[in-house]
Design a protein. Structure first.
Length: 128
């Protein structure tokens, strides 16, 4: 039976069924350093994306300085995207920090105006 099988399939003739021979050529080059489906990104873009994330987080944590760190995060996002890197976290946290920074500055200004009005109203009402 094995002779008739080998005659029908000449590529298998002379092979032992228990042995394994590795193929001489690999049809597809495998890159084990990179996960499937992801594109290689320039390290410079990754650096800018990481800086954008750090500045974005700082702009949220230190809400009073969100006006400073928010735009820094957004500028790093633009640089990262110009290199082809995605910087979604930096973009979102940068905008949130910028809005929180503006709101905190408005609150501080309103508080100062309230204190000034309160002090001036108290000083004019006590003088008869």
């Amino acid at each position: 039976m094995s002779e008739s099988y080998n005659q029908q399939n000449p590529q298998n003739s002379g092979q032992n069924y228990g042995s394994y021979s590795a193929p001489s050529e690999q049809p597809y080059a495998q890159n084990y350093n990179q996960p499937y489906g992801q594109v290689a990104v320039n390290p410079e873009g990754q650096k800018h994306a990481q800086n954008a994330m750090i500045f974005g987080i700082l702009s949220i944590v230190i809400a009073g300085l969100g006006v400073v760190f928010g735009p820094l995060a957004l500028s790093q996002v633009r640089k990262a995207e110009s290199y082809g890197a995605e910087a979604t976290v930096g973009k979102v946290t940068g905008w949130i920090g910028l809005v929180l920074g503006i709101l905190s500055l408005l609150f501080i200004i309103a508080y100062i105006v309230f204190i000034v009005v309160l002090v001036s109203a108290t000083s004019t009402s006590s003088a008869y």
